[in-house]
Design a protein around this ligand. Sequence first.
Ligand code: URA
Length: 191
Amino acid sequence: MGGTDSLALIADDIRVCRACPLCESATQAVPGSGAADARLMIIGEAPGAHEDKAGMPFVGASGKVLNKLLLVAGLDRSALFIANVVKHRPPQNRDPLPEEVLACAHFLQRQIAVVDPLVIVPLGRHAAARWIPDIKISTAHGVPQRIANHIVVPMLHPAAALYQPRNMAVLEADFQALGELYRIVLRDAVK
Ligand code: URA
């Protein structure tokens, strides 16, 4: 891939992808959005209904929770890159099937290669499993792990705060710690 790949090229390839049946039921692809030079990347599971309509990740109810959490962390959403493991909405918001995750995996791989973030934050078990296959998100959330040349910080999915309000306190504590960790990592990286 080298230096010739770009987020725009990847987005074009995602939009014409027919590798799994999700493209047939979805309105459009949701490639991801944000800064190509982001030092922190947030990875969700798959677009929901609002994202499917807008073509943008995390613009619905989970997105509103995420925006609050980014405020808690002191992170500017426009400076990050936000994407999903699967780029088309699964019907009725069901979990993506393993073969759909597999068919889409190379797009996320290319996005990570282009952005090359210091920190990757997978949201929820399905996204975190991309890095930590047998993850128990109930105990691993908020715990940074060095994986290859990234620091991976798995988090509960923001939707967890919608169906169980006490998860919001857990998410807020984890995002506050994430913000502190990120600023230290960033400071050390520019030394
Ligand atoms: N949930 C996700 O995992 N991703 C989105 O983009 C929206 C909701």
